[in-house]
Design a protein around this ligand. Structure first.
Ligand code: ADQ
Length: 479
C-alpha cells in the first residue's frame, strides 16, 4: 500500500486513549490516512538541550508519528523568529510589523535542513510527500539535496501576498527559488495562486506554461488554488447535540432575550479584533435602541505569547474592551464579553448556533475556518447571519455572507444592523447557498483533491537534475 508522508510544524499525536486530536489538519487527513498508510513528521513541540538527530517514532495503528525536539535557540530563531516575526506578518501584508534578522533566517534554514536529513531516511521510493505551511517552505529543496526524488507537494495555509509585498522581505528571492523543488503547491485562493505565480515570473524569470504550470528553468511547478474546507457533517452533528452542555445552558440563561453576536479567533493581529470591537462600539452609538438588547461574545485564546507583537496586541484588546464596556455598559449589561479559553468543538458549535450574527472580520486571512464552522452549525429553519471580511480567503467562496471591509468601522456597524434586522426568509436563502458551497469543499474532498493532483503530476527528475539541485542548494544558502 502506498504511503502518504505528511510534514507539519506541529504533529497532532492522538492521546493515550487513542482518541484522534480534533485539530483541523488531523480531521482533514483522517480519511486520507484510511486510504494510504501514513507517516506524520514534525516538531514535538518540546525543547531540549541536546535533541536527538533522529526522530522519536510513535506507532498508532495506520499512522506512524515521527517527532523531533528543538533546542531553545532553534525555537527562538526558526519558530518565534523567522516564521512568526518575519514571514507571518509579510504574508499578511503587514510589512511594518515584519522583523527580519539574519540569525533568525539562518535558524529557519538550519531547522529545515535538520528535519530534511532526519526525514530523508524515513522516505520510501513510492511515498507521496505533503509538506504544510510557511514554517517549512525550504523543506523540499533540502529533501531534493538529500537525494529524494518522490513527488513532493506543499500547502500554504496563509495568504500569499502580492509580489511587491513579498519582495520587501530580505531573503524573499531565495525563498522563491526553492518553490520549484515542489511538484505541486496548493494555496487557498485564486488571488494567492496568482500572486505566487507572478512572483516567480517577476523575480526568477520563470515562464507560465499553462494556466497553473510555471517553468523555472530546470524544474516545473504546478500552483493551484485548493480552498480548505471543514468537516461539515461533524460540525452539524456537534451543533445539534450541544444543547446539553453546561456552558451552553449558562450562556443561554445569561443572555435572556438578548441577541448574541459572536467572534472566535486566535488572538492574532491578522484577525482584526480591536477593529471589530470598535465597529461594534460604532454600531451601539449609531443605533442606541440596541443597547441592552445584544451581547457580543469574543472568544480569543492566546497564541504566540513569546512574540512581542502579540503581547502588544493583547494590551490593545484589553484597553479597547475596557474603554467600550466602561463607556457604554450599564448596570446589568456588559456590551462585550471577552474570554480567552479554548473550548471543545461541541461547545463552539453550540455557541455558533446560538448566535444571531457571526462576526468574522480579519484584516487578512488565508481561509478562516471559523466562517465555515459558523455556517455549518446554524439551525436550518432559523439561521444566523455571517458578516465576513473581504480579505478572508473564505470570501471568495461564501459570497452570500454580508461581505465587508474590516477597516471600515461604519460599514461593519451597518452590516451588524442589517444582520439583526434581516428577514428569516433572506437568512434562510443566504444560509442555504453557503451550505451548498461548504459541501462542495468539505475537508475530506480538499485532502483527496490535493493528493490526487500530487500523485498524478509527478515531475520526473533525472539524476543530473538532482546533482544540479544539490549544487544550487549549496550555493543558495552560502549567504
Ligand atoms: P488559523 O489562523 O488558526 O488557521 P482559522 O482558519 O480560523 O485560523 O482556524 C482556527 C481554528 O481554531 C478553528 O477551527 C476554530 O474553531 C479553532 N478555535 C478558535 N478558537 C478556539 C477556541 N477558543 N477553542 C477551541 N478552538 C478554537 C490557519 C490560517 C487560516 C486557515 C487555517 C486552515 O491562518 O487562514 O483557514 O490555517 O488552513
Amino acid at each position: 500500500m502506498r504511503r502518504l508522508v505528511v510534514i507539519s510544524n506541529r504533529v497532532p499525536i492522538p492521546d493515550a486513549s487513542g482518541k484522534a486530536a480534533a485539530g483541523g489538519l488531523a480531521v482533514a487527513l483522517h480519511e486520507a490516512f484510511q486510504a494510504y498508510q501514513g507517516l506524520w513528521f514534525g516538531w514535538s513541540g518540546k525543547v531540549s538541550a541536546n535533541p536527538a538527530a533522529q526522530p522519536k517514532i510513535i506507532d498508532k495503528g495506520q499512522v506512524q508519528y515521527a517527532v523531533m525536539d528543538l533546542t531553545s535557540l532553534d525555537r527562538q530563531e526558526y519558530y518565534n523568529g523567522f516564521a512568526n516575526r518575519a514571514l507571518w506578518p509579510i504574508m499578511h501584508y503587514r510589512i511594518g510589523l515584519s522583523e527580519f534578522s539574519r540569525a533568525d533566517y539562518a535558524g529557519y534554514l538550519r531547522v529545515n535542513r535538520s528535519f530534511a536529513s532526519a526525514l530523508a531516511h524515513l522516505i520510501q521510493p513510492d511515498d507521496l510527500v505533503w509538506v504544510h505551511d510557511y514554517h517549512l517552505i525550504p523543506l523540499a529543496s533540502e529533501l531534493r539535496a538529500a537525494g529524494i526524488t518522490n513527488p513532493i507537494g506543499y500547502f500554504h495555509h496563509i495568504p500569499w501576498p502580492a509580489p511587491e509585498v513579498f519582495g520587501a522581505l530580505p531573503g524573499s528571492t531565495e525563498l522563491l527559488r526553492v518553490i520549484p523543488d515542489y511538484d505541486l503547491v496548493g494555496v487557498q485562493t485564486e488571488r494567492d495562486a496568482d500572486n505566487l505565480r507572478r512572483s516567480l515570473v517577476q523575480e526568477l524569470g520563470a515562464v507560465r506554461r499553462r494556466a497553473d504550470l510555471v517553468d523555472a528553468g530546470s524544474r516545473c511547478v504546478r500552483i493551484k488554488s485548493n480552498p480548505i474546507g471543514i468537516d461539515v457533517s461533524g460540525f452539524q452533528q456537534a451543533a445539534q447535540r450541544s444543547g446539553s452542555s453546561r456552558l451552553l445552558k449558562q450562556t443561554i440563561a445569561g443572555l435572556g432575550t438578548r441577541k448574541l453576536i459572536i467572534g472566535v479567533d486566535r488572538l492574532d493581529y491578522s484577525k482584526g479584533i480591536p477593529e471589530r470591537m470598535e465597529a461594534f462600539e460604532r454600531f451601539l452609538v449609531s443605533h442606541p435602541e440596541h443597547r441592552g438588547q445584544v451581547t457580543y461574545l469574543q472568544i480569543a485564546p492566546t497564541s504566540r505569547s513569546e512574540v512581542p507583537e502579540y503581547a502588544t496586541l493583547s494590551r490593545a484588546v484589553n484597553e479597547t474592551l475596557g474603554r467600550i464596556n466602561g463607556s457604554l455598559g450599564e448596570p446589568g449589561w456588559v456590551p462585550i464579553h471577552y474570554v480567552t479559553s479554548t473550548y471543545s468543538r461541541a461547545v463552539l458549535a453550540g455557541l455558533y448556533r446560538l448566535a444571531r450574527v457571526g462576526l468574522v472580520t480579519p484584516i487578512r486571512d488565508g481561509m478562516n475556518l471559523v466562517a465555515k464552522e459558523f455556517v455549518a452549525a446554524q439551525e436550518p429553519q432559523d439561521p444566523g447571519v455571517l458578516i465576513l471580511s473581504k480579505f478572508a480567503g473564505a470570501a471568495e467562496e461564501l459570497t452570500d455572507a454580508l461581505i465587508v471591509n474590516p477597516n471600515d468601522k461604519v460599514e461593519v456597524a451597518e452590516a451588524i444592523q442589517l444582520a439583526l434586522h434581516m428577514s428569516r426568509e433572506e437568512r434562510v436563502a443566504r444560509w442555504q447557498a453557503m451550505l451548498k458551497v461548504l459541501w462542495a469543499s468539505d475537508v475530506s474532498r480538499w485532502a483527496a483533491a490535493f493528493i490526487k493532483d500530487l500523485a498524478g503530476n509527478r515531475t520526473s527528475r533525472t539524476r543530473s537534475e538532482m546533482v544540479l539541485a544539490k549544487k544550487e542548494n549549496d550555493d543558495r544558502y552560502s549567504l
